[in-house]
Ligand binder design. Structure first.
Ligand SMILES: O=C(O)C(=O)C[C@]1(C(=O)O)C=C[C@@H](O)C=C1
Length: 648
């Protein structure tokens, strides 16, 4: 029989593998921050579930080939991706709020070192590489006072727990403070029975605990009715009592916290629910900005008065603006019997157009309304794979592949449709054998003497104007009305850039077509909303997107039903001239071969040689060009006839 290897040798091998794993995880984390930096300049959302699905499906398959089951691989990678997303969020958050990027921060929390609040605060600061100066407090009011008075920079307040529900005292406190919510963090609360190292379970007679853990472990306590309960102001105080007590006492707390008091865990998993988590909010004196790529939450408090249906009306406002509400709580208003104050968490950034519009409407309906804060949402829902990807083992997966029907051709592909699609924008045809030319201008550039300029654009040969919004503020409706009237009087089509799905209702009144700007190319909700509309749409390529990513976005749009799509190549980032964009004529050729969608080339972001590039694009069968409405007006008088001539 073969001799079994020595345990020591095996352990050494495991130790060295673990070291390698940690080094790799640390390298992965650093790369993830680099990704955040690239997304910062490119304004791409942090979360990319399409990428996650690809990555998980590949890893599950690779794991299987190496004898690792799918659930093991998935649970490891859900943790790794959650960490990656939260670190990217923390990085971008820090960049957007430089004044908060201190290396040492004072934090007020409930109890003393070792309490759950302490653990939550420690993790929050560690992720942000902040050195925490901890200020233990005896009550929630003391925490709020410490922050209000400037004694502490941040306060940590537990707001809800998966077993015991909302923490009402904290909601009541929020009604009366001027503090802003600037963050949230959720920790797993693993309740253990903690005692001195040589204590025995059968000797324990008294349990010290805070009322929250007592309510969260009610089932365990009912089954062990012989324990005498001693209530404490925090879990840390409970642990301190046990540290100074004899071998008949124990505390309910976390194993991590217990270790700080030299306590061992006699029993674990005491909570009623297997998943026992507490969400904390972080409060500060000043509100913060949340970058648009970061999934954000906004917390509001609101009183509606006692009219029938008043609450429903407010919820309908959120619905109309496509804002998801993730939490609704009500608390009595002191001194006003039977009146309620509502707390709402909504999944939206306070700076977004839809949230601003919703707020304005809510202000009209509510008797009282206050924004408590907007902050990065730390709920990272794990990306799920299809059941088939999890269950089918390698052999059967081969069989399954043979049996499945051939994959349908992508809607954008030449196999789906062999001739170039023709899209009608008002009176202008784009695609097939038509060549179109549009001028581009930012809405900010519109002024009272614009009508003469619109006439000049028409005379130069342009068929329409693409109106962008550089300012990212809500566009003034009256300005848009005037601009579109003047374009229409000049016989020009109005193609308006759209940043968010909610703008569709307003913009479709004015526009002959809409443009999805490159920075929104990955915005799935916008793609599907416009894909479900009946307006023609131009899909601009993101400056960092590959051809296949661009076509993947087009596919999302087409699958929603609308087939009137034009691709717009506006240039990609390149090494030669990082300050300008380079129009990618190679992609123009490639896309024409792969797809039936018309492609127009936007030269308004290019540096020199726009005329030569326009001629090249036309020769390479582009379906049109876009030039700058101001800079290119003179050149276009000779250029556009030449381009039409080339294509006739
Ligand atoms: O590839 C990206 O875009 C990343 O941000 C990295 C990463 C990852 O850690 O793998 C993290 C978040 C995204 O949702 C997808 C993947």
């Amino acid at each position: 029989m073969k001799k079994a290897p020595q345990l020591n040798q095996l352990r050494e091998l495991i130790t060295s593998l673990d070291n390698e794993l940690l080094t790799l995880l640390s390298k992965r984390r650093m790369l993830s921050i680099e990704v955040a930096r690239s997304k910062e300049s490119d304004i791409r959302p942090i979360r990319d579930t399409t990428r996650e699905k690809e990555l998980l499906a590949r890893l599950v398959q690779q794991g299987r080939d190496q004898g690792l089951d799918a659930h093991y691989v998935l649970s490891l990678y859900h943790t790794i991706i959650e960490d990656s997303v939260l670190n990217q969020q923390a990085y971008l958050q820090g960049q957007a709020n430089p004044e908060n990027r201190k290396h040492r921060t004072s934090v007020a929390y409930l109890g003393a070192r070792g309490s759950y609040s302490f653990l939550a605060a420690t993790r929050y600061c560690q992720r942000r590489q902040i050195e925490m100066q901890d200020i233990g407090c005896a009550s929630f009011d003391e925490i709020a006072n410490a922050v209000e008075s400037g004694h502490a920079d941040f306060g940590f307040l537990p707001i809800e727990n998966t077993s015991s529900g909302s923490i009402n005292e904290v909601f009541d406190l929020l009604q009366h403070t001027n503090l802003a919510i600037v963050g949230e963090t959720t920790i797993d609360v693993g309740h253990c029975l903690l005692a001195k190292p040589d204590s025995k379970l059968e000797d324990i007679k008294t349990l010290y605990a805070h009322p929250q853990p007592i309510s969260q472990c009610s089932r365990y306590l009912a089954q062990n009715g012989h324990y005498k309960l001693q209530y404490c102001s925090s879990s840390a105080e409970a642990m301190e009592q046990v540290q100074h007590g004899d071998h008949t006492v124990a505390a309910i707390g976390s194993a991590e916290g217990g270790a700080l008091y030299g306590l061992d865990s006699l029993e674990e998993g005491l909570a009623n629910q297997k998943v026992n988590r507490t969400r904390f909010i972080v409060v500060a004196r000043k509100a913060i900005d949340v970058p648009e790529q970061v999934p954000a939450k906004t917390t509001l408090i609101m009183a509606t008065g006692q009219k029938p249906g008043a609450l429903v009306d407010t919820l309908l406002v959120l619905k109309a603006h496509n804002i998801n509400m993730s939490k609704l709580e009500s608390r009595p208003i002191a001194g006003t019997p039977w009146e309620e104050m509502f707390y709402l968490d909504v999944d939206a950034n306070i700076a977004s157009t839809n949230m601003q519009r919703a707020l304005k409407e809510l202000e009209r309906i509510a008797r009282f309304i206050k924004v408590l804060g907007c902050y990065a949402s730390e709920t990272v829902q794990p990306t799920r794979l299809e059941p088939g990807q999890l269950l089918i083992e390698p052999d059967s997966s081969k069989r399954a592949k043979q049996q499945t029907a051939p994959k349908a051709d992508a809607r954008h592909s030449r196999r789906f449709k062999s001739t170039i699609t023709e899209v009608r924008i008002g009176q202008t045809l784009v695609g097939e054998n038509n060549f179109a030319s549009f001028a581009q201008m930012p809405i900010e550039w519109f002024n009272d003497s614009f009508s003469a300029h619109a006439m000049a654009l028409k005379e130069a040969g342009f068929q329409g104007v693409i109106v962008t919004n550089n300012d990212s503020n809500v566009v003034d409706d009256s300005k848009l009305t005037k601009l579109c009237q003047q374009l229409s009087q000049a016989g020009l089509e109005a193609i308006i850039a759209i940043e968010q799905s909610q703008e569709l209702a307003v913009l479709q009144e004015y526009a002959s077509a809409l443009l999805i700007p490159g920075k929104q190319m990955f915005n799935k909700s916008l793609l599907t909303t416009l894909g479900s509309s009946s307006l023609p749409v131009l899909l601009e390529r993101n400056t960092m997107a590959s051809e296949s990513e661009w076509l993947a976005s087009a596919e999302i749009f087409l699958q929603a039903g609308n087939q009137q799509l034009i691709l717009c190549e506006s240039g990609v980032r390149n090494f030669n001239h990082p300050e300008a964009l380079a129009v990618d004529l190679t992609s123009l050729v490639n896309i024409r071969q792969q797809s039936h969608l018309p492609v127009i080339v936007n030269l308004s972001y290019s540096g020199a040689n726009r005329e030569a590039l326009a001629i090249a694009a036309s020769k390479l069968c582009a379906s049109g060009v876009v030039l700058d409405a101001l800079d290119d007006i003179e050149t276009s008088q000779t250029l556009l006839p030449e381009l039409y001539q080339l294509r006739s």
